[in-house]
Design a protein around this ligand. Structure first.
Ligand code: ATP
Length: 362
């Protein structure tokens, strides 16, 4: 049965409208650190959209700029770091006079205003739960304070909500454990508490920076499973950072691959795994251990990681790339669209251009 536009309620209309517009639109974001020795160009030209319900996986090896990207979005870059350019457009009604959602540029938002964004609209989960928890207060106190501050409800209501959240993240006997101090919990349980706090204000975006890396392997898998379930339940968009392609395969709907401060490739997960076009993405995929091939050790990518201090304006993967050609030594390639939602930074992508030309002819 068809419905006319007049039959659509205001709430339904808002859902449709929101699904068509990204909740976050990052455009040409660059973040640098001014050091005595020179400028560390940590993130250059990062560009992506995040839509409702999407899980964007940011993957790359250590030092590639993953954490700095999300910290810049969340207003967490301190001196000597600074946003050197670009926009971070976030769709919110937090500062709106009309009550309608509007885009605000987080790259230009004063530091003091971030207390109205972080914790409320953007929930953060870091590798080490103790960076988010205060050892001096019970987990109940910490959760209730956050909820009262952002939701404006009574401490009693906040306590009820905290107990329910602890239950949702799998803490046994939550009405008792809420009185525990962080040191009384295991590492995995502490991370579950941090996840509960991050979710406590129904954030629009959840940012998880290697949330399971510091935990032992079985707990890692449990935390990953929990994050997947909660993302579906709470319906928030997520940005998930990891250096591990196998982890990203589990959780991300869309992936951006970073190397030496640049996005090298971005696309839907399926496309990245089935048709990687950047030689670096391909090298990363070749490092994933396979069940059908017996190896004594993981295959490392040959060569040295890139220099971040005063780098040349060339592809950062150039010194390690087996496909490098003459053009690669002259100019930096830009991100180029190669297919539906598939972008790659490379002068000589793997089968990319050939595939598109064939598609166009066919
Ligand atoms: N406070 C800082 N001062 C100077 N340089 C910094 C600072 N923070 C980060 N950097 C530099 O910025 C670059 C990107 O760092 P970032 O932490 O984003 O990497 P990453 O991809 O998240 O790596 P990891 O997986 O190890 O966290 C690195 O070269 C790092 O040394």
């Amino acid at each position: 049965m068809f419905r006319s536009v007049g039959d659509i309620s205001k709430d339904e209309y808002e859902v449709i409208w929101l699904q068509e517009r990204p909740i976050l639109s990052v455009k040409n974001l660059s973040t640098h650190f001014k050091m005595v020795e020179g400028v560390v160009k940590a993130v250059q030209d990062a560009t992506f959209d995040l839509y409702r319900d999407e899980v964007l996986g940011i993957v790359g090896e250590t030092g590639s700029g993953k954490s700095v990207t999300v910290k810049a979005i969340a207003g967490m870059i301190d001196n000597p770091g600074f946003i050197a350019g670009g926009e971070v457009l976030f769709l919110t009604d937090e500062f709106s006079k009309s009550g309608e959602k509007e885009y605000i540029d987080l790259a230009k938002l004063p530091k003091e205003s971030f207390s109205r964004i972080r914790g409320k609209h953007i929930g953060m989960i870091f590798q080490d739960p103790m960076t988010s928890l205060d050892p001096m207060y019970t987990i109940g106190n910490q959760m209730i304070e956050t909820i009262v501050h952002h939701k404006g409800i009574t401490a009693e209501e906040a306590r009820e909500r905290a107990v329910k959240l602890l239950e949702q993240v799998g803490i046994p006997k939550p009405s008792e454990r809420i009185n525990d101090y962080p040191f009384q919990l295991s590492g995995g349980q502490r991370q579950r508490v941090v996840i509960a706090i991050a979710l406590s204000c129904d954030p629009d975006i959840l940012i998880a920076d290697e949330p399971s890396t510091a935990l032992d392997v079985t707990v890692q898998a449990q935390i990953l499973e929990l994050m997947k379930d909660l993302q579906e339940q709470f319906n928030s968009s997520m940005m998930f950072i990891t250096h591990d392609m196998a982890v990203i395969a589990e959780i991300a709907t869309k992936i951006t691959v970073m190397y030496g401060s640049y996005q090298m490739e971005m696309g839907q997960s399926k496309d990245i795994f089935e048709h990687p076009m950047n030689p670096y993405t391909n090298a990363l995929l070749e490092c994933i251990p396979r069940l059908d091939v017996k190896l004594d050790r993981l295959l490392p990518i040959p060569g040295q990681p890139p220099v971040m201090l005063n780098p040349p304006d060339l592809c950062p993967f150039l010194p390690r790339c087996s496909r490098a050609g003459e053009k690669c030594y002259r100019d930096l390639p830009q991100m180029e669209q190669m297919g539906d939602n598939h972008f790659v930074r490379c002068w000589n992508p793997i089968a990319g251009k050939v595939r598109l030309v064939k598609e166009a002819q066919g």
